[in-house]
Design a protein. Structure first.
Length: 455
């Protein structure tokens, strides 16, 4: 039988993977399957990265980070199938509240969806033309036959902000505030700096339908939590995953890498895959340094300066609520009914992690009072990913201009330093685990091909 390794009849290739989130674990598994020796260094004392199932609010397993999955997300669904994981839906909602100025509007979830649909349709305009192949987001730029006018509109769509298209007199302030509620939560940051093109890309990944986008990003969860999936992937690895082992720097060239750990130890390998989010790349010293454009992206950071919070309230409350980004919480919905405790656990998202104290009941109470829904907060909690040194952000959403000059700057390399992670994915970039898995696979496979070509 032929030698399955990418470098047959010679010394086995070696790769260092920095980070043990989904992308790092998947890359390690892919490399090992090709006969590569892999070492994984993880700064935290746990695996999973920005996916973290943790017991909170009375011992309930809650997702501190990534939560929802879907069968139309091809990479994560493959892993769900591979490891026999089950999914279940977030609960249906009875009552909806949304805020504009000092006024609170109330209705059903259907009423809220009906009000939001024309706004989303406007925001999604152009998505079919711009993204005929959603997992190849630059396909029309790579096609010489693309009409020059379409090419110009596509490039211009990464300028301005996501809500600019609503400020043409066609929509009321109430409608703009409703859209701001949705996208402040989705972008995890201010809509004023959010790339309009990223919303259109999400639409393309959801068949250009807002209802399907909501279903993909807010509907189905893993029965065993994200923990059930990332632990299953890790169990398939033969290599050592060294936890609590931070990397300080990577020296790299066309033939290999030298990785320096925080304790000064140096490890050499044929290549390194860095799965660190853009928000935490400033913690690593690269030699030679990243390109000027890459460094500019690291300095700017992504649009993701928000938060996710879990809130336990008294009674059985089936609600969804929205408020513009100048409020602490932009989007909140019921996620778990605790009938034995006469309580409900809600999940909330906001655009500014400094606008709320995640563990402070009074802070959460002030935030939910904006909806005048008579909610009594019992407990609350979450993890501040922006303040976390090893992430520096929540999921990676794009600022204006970063769709064409941001994440994509890290997808190609002339040396043996490679990047992988949700932040660098071509499909579900930043927002869901699917992108992390995609990037882990594609980066590992390109490196394997590089080894094989080198002989």
């Amino acid at each position: 039988m032929p030698d399955p390794s990418p470098h047959p009849h010679t010394t086995r290739r070696s790769v260092i993977v920095v980070g043990a989130g989904f992308s790092g674990l998947i890359a390690a598994r892919e490399l090992e399957a090709a006969g590569v020796d892999v070492t994984v260094f993880e700064a935290r004392e746990r695996i999973g990265g920005r996916a973290w199932t943790h017991e909170r609010l009375g011992g309930h397993p809650l997702e501190m980070g990534a939560t929802w999955v879907h069968w139309m997300q091809p990479f994560v669904w493959t892993e769900i199938t591979r490891y026999g994981q089950e999914i279940y839906p977030s609960p249906d909602i009875d009552n909806a509240f949304w805020v504009s100025g000092d006024q609170v509007f109330a209705g059903t979830e259907h009423d809220l969806d009906t009000a939001l649909t024309p706004l989303q349709d406007k925001i999604f305009e152009g998505s079919r033309e711009f993204f005929p192949y959603p997992h190849r987001p630059f396909a029309i730029l790579d096609d010489d036959s693309t009409d020059a006018e379409l090419r110009e509109r596509f490039l211009k769509a990464d300028t301005g902000s996501v809500l600019d298209c609503l400020r043409n007199g066609e929509f009321s302030q109430e409608q703009i505030d409703l859209a701001d509620s949705y996208w402040s939560a989705a972008y995890q940051g201010p809509t004023s700096s959010a790339s309009p093109l990223m919303a259109k890309h999400w639409a393309a990944l959801s068949d250009h339908r807002s209802a399907l986008m909501d279903e993909q990003t807010l509907r189905f969860k893993l029965a065993n939590g994200m923990r059930g999936l990332y632990e299953a992937i890790a169990a398939d690895l033969r290599c050592e995953v060294q936890l609590g082992t931070a990397v300080d720097g990577v020296t790299h060239d066309e033939t290999g890498v030298r990785v320096t750990l925080a304790d000064g130890t140096i490890h050499s390998a044929d290549a390194a895959i860095v799965t660190v989010p853009i928000g935490a790349l400033k913690n690593l010293d690269f030699s030679p340094a990243l390109s000027d454009d890459q460094q500019q992206v690291v300095r700017e950071g992504s649009n993701s300066i928000g938060f996710k919070i879990w809130i336990k309230v008294e009674g059985r409350r089936s609600i969804i609520a929205g408020a513009p980004g100048n409020n602490p919480i932009s989007l909140m919905r019921s996620e778990k009914f605790l009938d034995d405790e006469n309580a409900t656990i809600l999940v909330g998202f906001g655009s500014d992690h400094t606008a709320i104290e995640l563990e402070d009941v009074e802070s959460a109470q002030r935030a939910v009072d904006v909806w005048q829904a008579d909610l009594k907060v019992l407990e609350c909690g979450g993890h501040d990913w922006v303040a976390d040194k090893w992430s520096g952000q929540t999921w990676a959403t794009l600022k204006s201009g970063q769709f064409f000059s941001g994440w994509n700057l890290f997808t190609h390399s002339d040396t043996r330093l490679k990047f992988a992670g949700a932040d660098y994915a071509s499909g579900w970039n930043g927002v869901v685990v699917d992108g992390a898995i995609e990037s882990g696979i594609t980066t590992a496979r390109s490196l394997i091909a590089e080894f094989r070509a080198a002989g």
